[in-house]
Design a protein around this ligand. Structure first.
Ligand SMILES: Nc1nc2c(ncn2[C@@H]2O[C@H](COP(=O)(O)OP(=O)(O)OP(=O)(O)O)[C@@H](O)[C@H]2O)c(=O)[nH]1
Ligand SMILES: [Mg+2]
Length: 341
């Protein structure tokens, strides 16, 4: 990459709302610079999508021709399981293989970039100054519904900026693990020993979405038991038992160790999953499903906005009057209203 090194981004200071949407640079120029690896342009583009800038459409249009190359790796698991440590180790491995890497740390609990759960982000400073790594933390609350909304656009920015791999790290609480899985080509679910209850709780959500299970903190007692618990759960059935399906492997890691930490195994399983995605056609199907979901969400948000305009409108008032007078029924009236949108 040329230009500025892609360095760790600290959250931008609060900027008055009026200035945020201001056109500070031409979108086309920003995209060109981002493609050359200019970290500031990448940061600016991500801010534009994160803030739902009026330029969002223009940004999306300008990025589109330059996307589709990056592999998206989702990484989720309960708080403190070692997600950030594992992300750091993975980044190191990908860098050693000469790949450019983007990291999006998405905090589902915070309305602000760089929220409390990401206090450990500092560890990522390992990669500060490496021009082949771009790290960004994002908030996801406070917009039109969680991770699903701004993250796909931020992924496109990093994709267009030439990242070979983008790791999306999010803590597995609420819906976030399902959302991260819907964004990712390959989803890693991290667990740690001594979380028996955690596994039970996570069963419904986390276990369904895993492409690779990582039992981290394998230096602690009970890692083998956790692996056995997972195997037992897998044997109960699920998507992976169908013919030709991918059976999620289980890898033990000690992500906090510099060497002999199991990360090479994780990288190997990710590569195998990528091969399976390509050979089975599942990878393409996932991407099509992802795009369909995104289009639907944008369309529904647009409709909802227009419905807002309709609320209290003369047209609605007139139709309501007709329903009260028995001149029409609410279903026909609703059809008429929708037709007017
Ligand atoms: N013993 C041991 N500790 C680890 C291992 N991996 C991570 N840790 C430690 O576990 C703690 C939490 O690690 P993080 O990587 O911050 O965990 P996280 O899942 O990103 O945490 P949140 O983002 O807060 O949900 C840190 O103190 C790490 O040093 C491991 O393999 N073994
Ligand atoms: Mg973390």
């Amino acid at each position: 990459m040329t230009g500025d090194g892609l360095a760790v981004q600290t959250p931008a200071p609060a900027v008055p709302a009026g200035r945020r949407g201001r056109r500070t640079a031409d979108v086309g120029t920003l995209v060109e610079r981002a493609r050359e690896g200019d970290a500031r342009s990448v940061a600016r583009l991500i801010s534009l999508v994160e803030d739902a800038s009026p330029l969002l459409r223009e940004v999306a249009a300008a990025l589109a021709p330059h996307t589709g190359r990056a592999r998206v790796l989702g990484l989720t698991g309960p708080p403190g399981v070692g997600k950030s440590t594992t992300t750091t180790a993975l980044v190191r491995a990908f860098r050693a293989a000469g790949q450019r890497v983007g990291v999006l740390a998405v905090d589902p609990s915070s309305p602000f970039s760089g929220g409390a759960l990401l206090g450990d982000r500092v560890r990522m400073q390992d990669h500060a100054g490496d021009p082949g790594v771009y790290i960004r933390s994002m908030a996801s609350r406070g917009h039109l519904g969680g991770l699903a909304w701004a993250t796909p656009q931020a992924l496109r920015v990093l994709d267009a900026a030439g990242c070979d791999v983008v790791v999306v790290e999010t803590v597995g609480v609420g819906q976030s693990e399902l959302e991260v899985a819907s964004l990712a080509d390959t989803t890693l679910v991290l667990l740690a020993p001594g979380m028996g209850d955690g596994i039970q709780a996570a069963k419904a959500g986390i276990l369904e979405v895993a492409d690779v299970f990582v039992v981290n903190k394998a230096d602690r007692d009970g890692a083998d038991q956790t692996v056995r618990d997972l195997r037992a759960m897998q044997s109960l059935g699920g998507r992976h038992t169908e013919a030709g399906a991918w059976r999620p492997p289980i890898v033990k890691t000690v992500a906090s160790r510099d060497a002999d930490n199991g990360i090479a195994d994780v990288v190997a399983r990710i590569a195998e999953h990528a091969d399976w995605l390509a050979s089975s056609g599942a990878g393409h199907r996932r991407r099509v499903a992802r795009a369909a979901g995104e289009i639907e969400a944008i369309a529904v948000a647009g409709l909802r906005e227009r419905m807002g305009d309709v609320h209290g409108s003369a047209a609605l008032g007139a139709l309501a009057g007709q329903v009260v007078a028995g001149e029409t029924d609410p279903y026909r009236a609703a059809d008429q209203l929708v037709a007017q949108l």
